[in-house]
Ligand binder design. Structure first.
Ligand SMILES: [Zn+2]
Length: 866
């Protein structure tokens, strides 16, 4: 298979030939010489290449690690693509007329040739270390937190000092001479994952969103070609930060920079896997190139203070600041997961305004928003503001619960694990799939859902798992992962392989995850469908939900592993609560049915009011006879903790009208002061209830239902909260003048059905408890400590503390969660106190309803932080 890959000399010959044939588009130069005397070649690609250095540029580096051949090969294929397509492909043409590519197909030619000809697995360059060993890991030799390592034999030996190697010096000198470089992509293999640069700092960065979106948009291009989804490793600091890498060196120069790990092997099957990797990455490269100008001095400035003004259960209002400019408009993107793309498909508005109300959202769900300013003449876009994250409020009838498994309820059982399987619970990671060492492995996840009352309705359920950030986890393109619901009562030991393997599932969830969606660093989610939610409802009686995660169980010839590794958030290599598997449930509590008999009924005519009789129709003069009902709110449960989910008025008639005329009866919810004809005529109508009932229907049936719509139901709730009686009028309407007809409604009969008001309600708090008071902060033992006073309220469950570096977080989800619980203080021991930031504390009840936030702003010492 190796002969299909171009050698370094063949690469140079190809690039030279291309330049000769297309001199306006390509320029080839040597930027340095290796230990073994090879030239490090750089190809400049731009429309009218003579002006290339005047345009914003993307730097491409490949094969800095000798055995990672994709970098060199992708560069060749990209150049060929440009040759074949630049004349007509509009996206490519525009990208190349506004931007420039600087492409180093192979930054480590000596190592690359050594890997090709002598030892495939070679990684470093070919420096003679003078002690019998060879090579420096060039990607540890940059001066971004360079770390001295004496072990010259190591595969990650970084060299005697930063920039000790001719290869790293060559690229450094080029980058320092080209301040037009705005984006840098460093191509490696393998893993199908992006590793964006970081700043060795446990803090969100102003361009963190730019990096995520750049990778997500490249990912979108990749997905269009092969359906594959690359991981994006960001949002969480890696456990061991890499020292001396090129990526951080470029980022330190203000360049958006990421490593792209391509494929599942260093040297894959050329015709199949390599061809796939190349095909999917060319459109991604064109996208990245087109973005360079948006990070150049020609771009509009970033939008400031992009934040939430107000969140409802079905809408959100966003606001932001921008200097007054006629030539600028804004694009806003909405997604339901983080690290999502921002493109035409999810652009929810284009506006000139400084606020936006997004309606038609679902209740109790996460939404992520991004914003860019755009120059309307040049169409050059600004960088992104930090991403906004929020969860819409719960609808009136909803409660929410996110459950995490206890330590002994989460882990994996391996076929060859034996008694050791017990140690896989509550410790580090969960494996699912098959490999030579462990045999078949199943993930096991148990959730305690006993806090949800039996009889509740599950409105939405979502199970989430986080595939771990591990370069050595590789997933080939076969097999799928599925989740089954097990019956916990049939298992005596969930940590036993045989029991888990042999369990008969109650149900296997309808959605499976294919191998190419099984991506490190991107949450996997299983949404339960209606049938699955009903099963969950049944499990509420047990109070326990047990899931089994299952991957492929067979290995094709030549494969030794097809296992995904998931974070369980426990143990030294677990990443804590934020990455623990979880089950998010949205549910409605069991409802109570209340049947209210009227406290009073009257029949109101122009002449008289008849008590204790309910009739409606027309009198002798053709004037309306009104039936009037009053229901008392007394005896109803506490309005602050009651939600009406449904209401209807049931009317039972005695006989019908003796007329052929079309006469119909309507019901109104009204506010009524006095029970007399004049007051009724001047009544304040709140709303019609349900649909009218015709005289013909009275003949056919004796019971009629007038059902409240959502508005009248909320008004009924308001009257309840204000402790006011509910008044209804039953009024007759006719197609033409009618007189002397009336129908009587049953109200107080010994036997048979009576007219009444039926209300379905649930016991749920309507409003949040009061916010905290006296929020202050100080630095104690080099840790930032926040303290506050909790409200005195029996329904107070806890506080939720969130940190945001850029703006006051107005949603408990808009930032890094620091604490959730009953304490009246928390420590922030994982951030840099020199950097200013905002903290917000929200109280919550058991619904949960969140209070308005209380903020503090920590100034920070470092005013030059960006
Ligand atoms: Zn590499």
């Amino acid at each position: 298979m190796k002969v299909q890959y171009a050698s370094y000399q063949e690469t140079i010959d190809f690039l030279k030939q291309t330049m000769r044939e297309h001199p306006h588009l390509f320029r080839l130069q040597s930027i340095g010489e290796t230990w073994e005397g090879r030239h490090i070649m750089l190809m400049t690609i731009s429309n009218e290449v003579a002006y290339a250095d005047d345009k914003p540029a993307m730097l491409y580096t490949g094969s800095i690690h000798a055995r990672e051949w994709i970098g060199n090969e992708l560069a060749i294929k990209f150049v060929q693509y440009v040759v074949d397509n630049y004349r007509f492909n509009p996206k490519l043409r525009e990208a190349l007329s506004r931007n420039t590519v600087y492409m180093v197909p192979c930054l480590n030619p000596d190592g690359f040739e050594f890997s090709r000809n002598h030892f495939s697995f070679w990684r470093k360059n070919r420096r003679n270390n003078g002690d019998g060993t060879f090579g420096v890991d060039l990607n540890r030799n940059f001066d971004a937190k360079f770390m001295r390592n004496q072990n010259t034999a190591s595969n990650t030996y970084g060299g005697p000092h930063a920039f000790s190697e001719p290869e790293t010096c060559a690229i450094r000198d080029f980058v320092e001479g080209h301040s037009n470089i705005r984006i840098a992509l460093d191509y490696h293999s393998q893993g199908n994952v992006f590793f964006p640069a970081h700043k060795f700092n446990h803090e969100a960065e102003i361009d963190g969103t730019d990096l995520n979106v750049l990778c997500a948009n490249m990912n979108h291009e990749i997905q269009k070609v092969t359906g594959r989804q690359y991981g994006i490793h960001r949002g969480k600091p890696p456990a061991n930060l890499i020292h001396g890498s090129g990526r951080e060196y470029y980022y330190g120069k203000g360049i958006l920079s990421t490593v792209v790990e391509v494929g599942t092997r260093n040297i894959p099957d050329y015709l199949k896997n390599m061809a796939e990797s190349i095909d999917e990455n060319i459109p991604a490269l064109i996208h990245a190139l087109s973005e360079a100008i948006n990070y150049s001095p020609a771009a509009p400035v970033r939008v400031q203070n992009f934040t939430i003004q107000h969140v409802e259960s079905d809408s959100v209002t966003l606001e932001w600041e921008y200097p007054e400019r006629d030539d600028i408009y804004f694009e806003i993107y909405r997604s339901d997961t983080n690290k999502s793309m921002c493109g035409e498909e999810n652009m929810v508005t284009v506006t000139k305004s400084l606020s936006f109300r997004d309606t038609q959202l679902k209740s109790g769900r996460f939404y992520f928003y991004n914003i860019r300013a755009v120059d309307k003449v040049t169409r050059v876009k600004s960088p992104f503001s930090p991403e906004l994250r929020l969860k819409t409020r719960l609808a009136d009838n909803e409660c929410a619960l996110t459950v995490f498994p206890a330590k002994e309820q989460v882990g994996y059982v391996g076929q060859n694990g034996g008694a050791k399987n017990k140690e896989h619970f509550g410790y580090n990671s969960m494996f699912a799939g098959v490999d030579v060492k462990r045999g078949i492995s199943y993930g096991v996840i148990g959730f305690d859902v006993s806090s949800i009352p039996e009889g509740s309705t599950i409105l939405n359920a979502c199970f989430s798992l986080y595939p771990m950030n591990r370069v050595n986890t590789k997933i080939e393109k076969y097999g799928e992962w599925s989740v089954s619901l097990l019956d916990p009562t049939t298992l005596s030991d969930i940590q036993d392989y045989q029991e888990i393997a042999n369990a008969t599932p109650l149900h296997t969830l309808g959605v499976t995850i294919k191998s190419d969606r099984m991506t490190q660093g991107i949450w996997l989610k299983w949404n339960f469908n209606g049938v699955e939610r009903e099963l969950l409802e049944k499990l509420l009686t047990i109070g326990n939900v047990l899931l089994r995660l299952q991957g492929p169980s067979q290995l094709p010839l030549g494969n030794d592993s097809q296992v995904m590794q998931f974070d369980i958030g426990y143990g030294p290599f677990g990443s804590g609560l934020h990455y623990r598997p979880n089950l998010e449930l949205l549910y409605q509590l069991p409802k109570t049915r209340l049947a209210l008999a009227p406290a009073q009924v009257n029949t109101i005519c122009s002449q008289e009011v008849t008590e204790n009789k309910l009739a409606s129709g027309f009198d002798a003069e053709g004037k309306i006879i009104y039936g009037q009902m009053e229901f008392s709110p007394e005896g109803l449960p506490d309005p602050a903790k009651t939600v009406f989910t449904q209401a209807y008025l049931k009317l039972c008639n005695k006989g019908a009208l003796a007329t052929g005329k079309d006469i119909r009866f309507t019901v109104e919810l009204v506010e009524l002061k006095d029970v007399d004809y004049q007051s009724v005529r001047k009544r304040t109508k709140i709303e019609y209830i349900g649909y009218e009932v015709s005289n013909n229907q009275l003949k056919d049936q004796s019971t009629h239902y007038f059902i409240f719509d959502s508005y009248s139901l909320s008004e009924l709730g308001r009257l309840h909260a204000e402790n006011k009686p509910f008044y209804f009028l039953i009024r007759a309407t006719a197609e033409s003048q009618a007189s002397n007809v009336q129908v009587q409604w049953r109200v107080d009969e010994e036997q048979g059905a009576n007219s009444e008001l039926i209300i379905h309600c649930i016991n749920r708090r309507n409003h949040p408890v009061a916010p905290v008071t006296d929020l202050t902060y100080g630095i104690e033992n080099n840790q930032l400590k926040l303290t506050w006073t909790n409200p005195e309220d029996e329904d107070f469950v806890g506080c939720y503390v969130v940190r945001n570096r850029f703006h006051p977080p107005r949603s408990p989800h808009d930032g890094v969660k620091l604490y959730g619980g009953k304490d009246a203080y928390t420590l922030d021991n994982f951030s840099n106190h020199d950097i200013g930031k905002y903290y917000a504390v929200f109280t919550y009840d058991n619904v949960p309803n969140y209070s308005e936030p209380v903020f503090v702003h920590h100034q920070g010492q470092d005013k030059r932080s960006e």
